[in-house]
Design a protein around this ligand. Structure first.
Ligand code: ADP
Length: 245
């Protein structure tokens, strides 16, 4: 994404990236489940400098009624960036980018959620980006998946997500904002770790076939790391304060 020419050193001679990470090192990831009292399920994620809240409501009655499906439940997803989430004020109205990401996230979550158990209902997933720093769709997907599990909605698997990409002709894990802007490729991936199925792949940039393969493998490896953190967020909730709530 963005310009390719920059004075920024994306990868130095020791293989260290612009934010001090190694090529296969993710940013710090922290997830907390069950943070919103009024939601059926919720999660808060800090993924590097991304800060995102996920709230899940449902399964509940569908409005407007004519969009209800008598055979299955439906999933709705809204990804929204708060006006203060980026350096320049962002209009609170949904942008084309937010509409696209909402659709992409819905499609990435759908294979994991057993919607067929809840015909005529809807599950709503709201994602509120408080602070964005590259890779916010992946972080949003991670939080959404934990929030769905927190809501007790039957799932085939978690969806774990992280991006891989290419900077200075090198495949890297977890692309930050500067790497996204000045790098050569950004590939967000969503993955169900137990079913070993991919639910999201996007690619911004150009890769050879070998690079594509390596990028996908790197991202899947990263998704497995994220999965452990998602599981911990849920066990922390249900085996500490969650049981007495
Ligand atoms: P993702 O956040 O999933 O990587 P993009 O590649 O579209 O999605 O965006 C990369 C980053 O660009 C975002 O995480 C955010 O930091 C920044 N960004 C997105 N939209 C805006 C905006 N309207 N104003 C300023 N920065 C933005």
């Amino acid at each position: 994404m963005g310009g390719r020419d920059t004075d920024l050193v994306l990868l130095d001679e020791n293989g260290i990236r612009c934010d001090g990470r190694k090529i296969d090192e993710p940013r710090r990831i922290m997830i907390k489940a069950g943070v919103l009292k009024n939601a059926d399920g919720s999660a808060y994620i800090e993924f590097g400098d991304n800060k995102i809240l996920a709230g899940v409501f449902g399964p509940r009655d569908v409005h407007p009624k004519h969009i209800a499906d008598t055979d299955t439940g439906i999933l709705r997803c809204r990804y929204h960036m708060s006006p203060f989430s980026v350096t320049e004020r962002k209009s609170p109205a949904p942008s084309r980018r937010e509409i696209e990401i909402s659709k992409v996230l819905k499609e990435a979550l759908q294979p994991a959620v057993m919607l067929e158990q809840f015909p005529r209902t809807v599950v709503d997933v709201f994602l509120e980006v408080l602070q964005a720093d590259g890779g916010s769709r992946c972080a949003a997907l991670d939080a959404a998946s934990v929030a769905l599990a927190d809501a007790g909605i039957p799932m085939r698997d978690m969806v774990s997500s992280i991006a891989a990409g290419k900077v200075a002709d090198t495949i890297i894990l977890d692309v930050n904002n500067e790497e996204d802007q000045a790098g050569q490729a950004d590939m967000p991936v969503g993955y169900m770790p137990n079913l070993e199925k991919i639910t999201l792949v996007q690619l911004d940039g150009i890769l050879t076939q070998d690079e594509y393969k390596k990028c996908l493998e790197t991202a899947i490896g990263g998704c497995k790391l994220v999965y452990e953190i998602q599981k911990k967020a849920l066990t922390d909730k249900f085996f500490s304060n969650g049981e007495s709530a």
